[in-house]
Design a protein around this ligand. Structure first.
Ligand code: NDP
Length: 246
């Protein structure tokens, strides 16, 4: 494989970290992005190097258009190309809709959804030139079904699907694909706060009988990024251990 370059937003922790390391182990050069956790991001970078791959570390708040653009440009400046963009950075802040303040709505929408627009817009023009590109957006099953207590988060994750379909249609003829991955419940800091009762309830609805691991998501992302996935475009792939609907 020609040395391809993958950029993963929010790769200091959790699912993004595992995705970035999976790329590094497959021989990709990687752009690691963090927002608040520099120390953890540095640990990821050390693992990238230990895997024999090259990477750079870029601090950027991707909910801000200017910072998102600078992140993409930093990757292209370093490696001269950008083949894969994984829009993974995200936050949740569970709250019944009646209690969601305007600022919280905007923060959740901007971090999960606007960030993906900002990064994808900046990345596509570089992918254009190479006539190859893979945009992979990390949505959620709640973007398909909705969820009580997550109106803003679910709206953002649904919005990601419309954005994915539109990018797929606009740039499919240029060798660029856009797909979404919709994870169910995955072990990470985001799900660490679930209490025992919530966990029991969630597990009862998962055919696999367990929560997912970040590796379960990374495996699908790696496939979508590959040359072999060139005819998969504008799709949403659920990675939820069988939560249905089937
Ligand atoms: P974590 O909370 O474990 O990690 C979130 C990551 O996003 C961190 O690296 C964090 O960086 C980064 N991040 C947050 N805000 C920003 C920002 N403004 N700019 C740049 N980076 C930011 O989350 P998960 O790994 O669990 O989730 C990853 C993605 O998967 C999210 O989009 C989430 O919505 C989605 N998802 C997760 C599920 C789950 O069950 N865990 C289920 C379905 C979807 P830092 O720490 O440096 O601030």
């Amino acid at each position: 494989m020609q040395e391809r370059v993958a950029l993963v937003t929010g790769s200091s922790r959790g699912i993004g970290r595992t995705i970035a390391l999976s790329f590094a182990r497959r021989g990709y050069q990687v752009v690691i992005n963090y927002h608040r956790n520099r120390e953890q991001a540095e640990e990821v970078m050390a693992e990238v190097n230990a895997a024999g791959s090259r990477g750079i570390l870029v601090r950027a708040d991707v909910s801000q258009a200017g910072e998102a653009r600078e992140l993409i440009e930093a990757g292209v400046k370093e490696f001269g190309r950008l083949d894969v963009l994984v829009n993974n950075a995200g936050i949740n802040h569970d709250q019944l809709m009646l209690r969601i303040q305007d600022e919280e709505w905007e923060r959740v929408i901007n971090t999960n959804l606007s960030s993906t627009f900002y990064c994808s817009r900046a990345a596509v023009k570089h992918m254009f030139k190479k006539r190859f590109g893979r945009i992979i957006n990390i949505s959620s099953v709640v973007g398909i079904s909705g969820n009580a207590g997550q109106a803003h988060y679910a709206a953002a994750k649904s919005g990601l699907l419309g954005l994915t379909y539109s990018i797929a249609r606009e740039y499919g003829s240029r060798g660029i694909t856009a797909n979404a991955v919709a994870p169910g419940y995955i072990e990470s800091d985001m799900t660490a706060s679930l209490n025992a009762e919530q966990r029991r309830h969630i597990l009862s609805g998962i055919a696999a009988g367990r929560l997912g691991k970040p590796e379960d998501v990374a495996a699908v992302v790696l496939f979508l990024a590959s040359a072999e996935a060139s005819y998969v475009n504008g799709q949403v792939i659920r990675v939820d251990g069988g939560m249905g609907p089937f």
